[in-house]
Each structure stands twice: as structure tokens, then as C-alpha cells.
Design a protein around this ligand. Structure first.
Ligand code: GDP
Length: 172
């Protein structure tokens, strides 16, 4: 099966995004356990592809051994993963890319895995912040070629774009 995966720091809004998509894919609700979800969850959608929920990173006060475990887990998942067609890298739109988000992006570049940035919680942005969103994210990643989808689980803005991107990835 082909796969699309979702990753981001803890609390970025990943379960909210997946639950927004759950309506389209007839998925069971994805539970959010802050700092606790330490495993990779595979959801088979319509018997056609896997939607992969990767554990969140960057939770404060996580011991180094746990961080290493996370790193090993993600690395073994990403390595030589021909079935993985795209990763959705979630970034909090108010915060912009953190150091760990940048690391994650560089990893994806290294493994040659295509990705799309999803800027979450855009309903929380002021109009003036909203205008600068894309350039803030490009600047944070030091890359003006990233694709950014502004998303809100609250208003469902960006849902269609994410769905379209998933469809496109699975056809490639
Ligand atoms: P996860 O840890 O990445 O799975 O994050 P969650 O989906 O559990 O969201 C973390 C917190 O952010 C929760 O309190 C959510 O209600 C809130 N949240 C998530 N998405 C949005 C959004 O689009 N808009 C707003 N206003 N809050 C959001």
C-alpha cells in the first residue's frame, strides 16, 4: 500500500487535522494524548492506502533517552520507504518553524521524501500576521520553494487543499 504521513511537534494540531480528514476517510477518531503517543499509527483508508500518524516531537522536558527513541523510530520509518508518497509537516502558524521542524525538513530532504508544510491554527492569526505567513515559514526553513497550506481545524480552511494534495501524492 502507498502511504502518506503526518508529523509535527506535539500540540501542533495533528490530531485535530486528522480528525477533520476522518469524515472524508471514514476513520475512527484519532485521540490526542499530549506527550504520550510514542508509536506510529497506521490507518488503512478504504482498503486503498495508509494514512500514517507519526508521533509528535519537541515536547518539553522529554528525557534525552526518549528523544533518541523517537529519532530511531522515525528514522527507521523514513529509511528506504518507497511506499511513502508524501509527508505533511505541520507547523504552528503563530510560532513558525522551530529548530526541530527545520531538522525534520532536512531529514525529509536527505531521504528524498516529498513533503508539504501545513501551517496549523490559522484562525488564530491576526490579519497582519496572516499576510506574512508564507514568507515567515519560508524564512524559518531558509527555503523559498516549500509548499505551504494554511489550515484550521476550527474553520476547516485548507481541508480541500490537503485532500487534493493527498490524492495527488497517491497518484504519483
Ligand atoms: P496534537 O498534539 O498535534 O495532536 O494537537 P491537537 O490536535 O491535540 O491540538 C492541540 C491543541 O490545539 C488543542 O487544544 C486543540 O484544540 C488546539 N487546536 C488544534 N487545531 C486548532 C485550530 O485549527 N484552531 C484552533 N483555534 N485551535 C486548534
Amino acid at each position: 500500500y502507498r502511504e502518506v504521513a503526518f508529523v509535527g511537534r506535539s500540540n501542533v494540531g495533528k490530531s485535530s487535522l486528522l480528525n477533520t480528514l476522518a469524515n472524508n476517510f471514514k476513520l475512527a477518531k484519532v485521540s490526542s494524548e499530549p506527550g504520550k503517543t510514542r508509536s506510529i499509527n497506521f490507518f488503512l483508508v478504504d482498503g486503498k492506502f495508509f494514512l500514517v500518524d507519526l508521533p509528535g516531537y519537541g515536547f518539553a522536558k522529554v528525557p534525552f533517552s526518549e528523544q533518541k527513541r523517537w529519532r530511531d523510530l522515525i528514522e527507521s520509518y523514513l529509511k528506504e520507504r518507497d511506499t511513502l508518497k508524501r509527508v505533511f509537516l505541520l507547523v504552528d502558524s503563530r510560532v513558525g518553524p522551530t529548530e526541530k521542524d527545520v531538522q525534520m525538513k532536512e531529514w525529509l530532504d536527505f531521504y528524498g521524501i516529498p513533503y508539504t508544510i501545513v501551517a496549523t491554527k490559522v484562525d488564530k492569526l491576526k490579519k497582519s500576521e496572516r499576510v506574512k505567513l508564507k514568507s515567515k515559514i519560508e524564512k524559518g526553513f531558509g527555503d523559498s520553494n516549500v509548499t505551504v497550506i494554511p489550515f484550521s481545524a476550527k474553520t476547516r480552511e485548507g481541508r480541500q487543499e490537503v485532500l487534493k494534495e493527498i490524492k495527488k501524492a497517491l497518484e504519483s
